[in-house]
Unconditional design. Structure first.
Length: 277
């Protein structure tokens, strides 16, 4: 049961998102975490995001029985009661941990938690706005970091005004592609008109334009002199992945976009660690 609950919390998403907060804070503070409760922040975000994923699966059991019949709740590998209690515990733990990170951090994380709950409960009735809401929640990593730590006056910090645009556009396109994979269940359970909308060539084209355009934005920190060649290498690799994803079906494109985000995050951190602020 423990393994099932861990899988239900999507650690392959929750951990990178929480790690992304650490990288953003590193840029913000120039690597000086003195007085910054970064461990509490990491754990609190991990708990909130994990709780959000568990609640999402609770709300989507009927749809997952069609789209992902082998998923934890759809296959009955754990009970709805256990999953619900786990989500409540994680939401509570996340907010308690956030209280050690300052009032502003707690306020932003509470807003993120509320946004996740709203998404989980009502996303099937949001139409195209559901993808935008996810993109907003993902990009909220940046204001969350600013709410916890004071900014150092360095060129590196300026990267944090470019990357949110990149991440927002990438997450938006990523979620649109994921919706294409979920069309069958969503159309049978939630909205019978969804299939027509998501199979429209314009829908797919827009998602791909978002992803490719966003990847090109990652060059700006290097072009403007904020980052060095290690970051440039990760940016070029990310652009290549985005370009390849355009010619791939959604199922094969999604891992490439995930890898693109990981590359930019890892490259940003490596560039900072080697070349400093």
């Amino acid at each position: 049961m423990i393994v099932s609950l861990i899988r239900l919390s999507r650690p392959y998403y929750s951990l990178p998102l929480s790690g992304g907060l650490v990288v953003i804070t590193w840029y913000l503070t120039g690597g000086n975490f003195t007085g910054v409760p970064i461990l509490y922040a990491f754990l609190s975000l991990y708990c909130i995001v994990s709780a959000g994923y568990i609640l999402n699966d609770l709300c989507d059991i009927a749809i997952d029985k069609i789209n992902r019949p082998n998923s934890i709740l759809a296959a009955g590998k754990t009970t709805k009661r256990t999953a619900f209690i786990s989500a409540i515990i994680l939401f509570t733990a996340g907010l308690i941990l956030a209280s050690f990170c300052g009032r502003h951090f707690l306020m932003v994380l509470t807003a993120i938690a509320a946004g996740l709950i709203i998404y989980d409960l009502f996303s099937k009735n949001m139409g195209l706005f559901k993808n935008i809401l996810v993109a907003i929640l993902v990009t909220a990593l940046y204001p969350l970091a600013f709410a916890m730590a004071e900014s150092q006056i360095t060129a590196r910090v300026k990267v944090l005004f470019i990357h949110p645009v990149w991440l927002f556009m990438t997450a938006w396109g990523y979620e649109m592609l994921k919706d294409i994979l979920d069309t069958k269940g969503d159309s049978l359970v939630a909205d019978k008109h969804i299939e027509k909308k998501r199979t429209n060539p314009a829908f797919i084209k827009f998602a791909r334009i978002l992803i490719c355009s966003a990847s090109l934005l990652t060059l700006l920190p290097w072009l403007l002199g904020y980052c060095k060649w290690i970051y440039l290498a990760s940016s070029i690799s990310a652009i290549a992945l985005a370009a390849v994803s355009v010619i791939m079906p959604a199922k094969k494109a999604i891992p490439l976009i995930y890898a693109e985000v990981f590359l930019i995050t890892a490259g940003s951190l490596a560039d900072l660690l080697i070349f400093g602020t």
